[in-house]
Design a protein around this ligand. Sequence first.
Ligand SMILES: [Zn+2]
Length: 227
Amino acid sequence: MVLNKPLNITISIDDINPLKGWGAEGDIQMTYLEDLNKEFGAKFTLFIPSNWHKQAPLSKHKDWVDWLKSKDYFELAAHGHYHQCERNNIGQCEFFELDTTEKAKDRINLILKEWEAVGHKPEGWRNPGWLGNPVAIKELGKHFKYAAIHYEHNRNNKWLCKTFYGADGINITDIKVHNDNMIMFQSHIAGDWNDNVWNKSNYNQMRLSLEYFSKMNVEFKTLKECL
Ligand SMILES: [Zn+2]
């Protein structure tokens, strides 16, 4: 790969929340992230549901949010509210289920309230489970500066905000350039149903990938810094 201008290396992490094993202080995944920052200067965009599975409202975990914010290599972005659906046949695609403007507005208000309670305004968004209802997407675009989306799962929806494409798992080696000059590593903090979680072997693979890229003309950035 020959590069004329710096390539932006971004790494996003979905589903991170204050519960033990999901990004709490002392969790092994958080040590991995810190190590990659120390070794390469890696930065991370954290996509955080504001009340994961109705068990972790951010307003009750301000210490955790403050701890994340104390690290300059994290961007805190929004990733749904409950990350859960009422219907049981659409996985955790919360904003796919919200099929009226009113429902979407109400849920977005809950999200913004939780973030406001901890004194942070997230600029980025990613749909839980990637899918979004067109009416919900229209509302989301009014509240966030950018959305991180998937080529197929976005289903040609038009966003009112900027969009970043890409979903190359931290566990894979076939990495492509997206959005003109961006590498878009994507991952989940944990979860039995994902293969791009922050376990030991994926951490090792990520180290190798970053070692490879760090020899090139690259800059490590959060998604917000790519706006
Ligand atoms: Zn998610």
